[in-house]
Design a protein around this ligand. Structure first.
Ligand code: ASP
Length: 295
């Protein structure tokens, strides 16, 4: 995250937090709170989710999202959708109204449309900043023979701006959601970790609600969200599990990213092994936001 984007990120996560908190404060469900929080960040073109997402190799936006309910383990996911402003809302419809868990591409868009979600044009999701970013990336790749789509884990200039939220409600239920435009210059049809259960997102009242961001391929290989939730189920604090997950990601597969973890007792962890990651939290007693999480 470059310096000139720090303020926009903090504003963005604070807005998302406020939207989620409004739901919880009136006694709403964690599932509704995270849907609202993520939708706010999808609408904010600061982030790599919804409008303003990174472009794929063909200059199109392709979005993935997952939402999961820790009380029932119901989940809804969409992958490679191109005509949805808020993939998290389509994912929520799948969770609530379909016997299936996962829809991709046109099938996901058709499902969303049939359930009252208007479709948009792909162009509506594209912003000039990202057209420029893709052009520059592809030009550099051509001139320097830079490895396309397999950035080195040390290349911290490649940002990852996936959004995610976790929440605990008054009934003691937790939930998680993750939404992304994926990685810059990805091959069309490529799916990352974000919308895969247990990789970029997971929620179970018996363990934890987890959302991850970062280079998706390494995260998928470790099924990292579930790995982390299992550590919490084994009796570890979410704060420790979050940090351990980042160490494991780095050590085992040279991956980089960030993670948020919350258990049904309201204990939480925020960790990243990148220089920065925007985060915000609120509890009945305190709240905070930042772009660097110090332990
Ligand atoms: N994890 C996402 C992906 O690989 C990217 C990100 O977090 O920014 O699709």
């Amino acid at each position: 995250m470059p310096d000139d984007m720090v303020e926009a990120h903090i504003r963005g996560v604070r807005n998302a937090l406020a939207a989620g908190w409004r739901v919880l404060a009136r006694g709403g469900a964690a599932l509704d709170a995270i849907e609202e929080a993520v939708a706010v960040m999808e609408d904010d073109d600061t982030f790599d989710a919804g409008r303003g997402s990174f472009l794929n190799r063909d200059g199109r936006v392709q979005l993935d999202a997952l939402i999961m309910d820790g009380a029932t383990l119901r989940a809804g996911g969409v992958g490679c959708v191109e005509r949805l402003r808020n993939p998290v809302r389509a994912a929520r419809k799948i969770l609530s109204e379909s016997p299936h868990v996962y829809f991709v591409g046109e099938g996901a868009e058709n499902f969303a449309a049939q359930h009252g979600i208007p479709l948009c044009a792909n162009e509506d999701l594209i912003v000039a900043r990202e057209v420029q970013r893709l052009r520059q990336y592809q030009a550099e790749a051509n001139s320097h023979g830079k490895e396309l789509f397999a950035p080195s884990s040390d290349d911290v200039t490649i940002s990852h701006d996936t959004v995610g939220a976790v929440a605990l409600d008054r009934n003691g239920n937790i939930a998680a959601a993750t939404s992304t435009g994926g990685t810059l210059n990805k091959a069309p049809g490529r799916l990352g970790d974000s919308s895969l259960i247990g990789c970029g997102c997971y929620a179970d009242n018996d363990s934890a609600a987890v959302s991850t961001t970062g280079w998706g391929e390494p995260i998928m290989k470790l099924v990292l969200a579930k790995w982390t939730a299992d550590r919490v189920a084994a009796g570890n604090l979410p704060d420790w599990a979050a940090q351990e997950a980042m160490n494991y990601l780095k050590q085992r597969v040279s991956g980089h990213g960030g993670i948020i973890v919350l258990n049904a007792q309201g204990q939480f962890g925020i960790a990243h092994n990148t220089p920065r990651m925007a985060w915000a939290f609120k509890t009945a007693e305190k709240e905070g936001a930042g772009v660097k999480r110090e332990r």
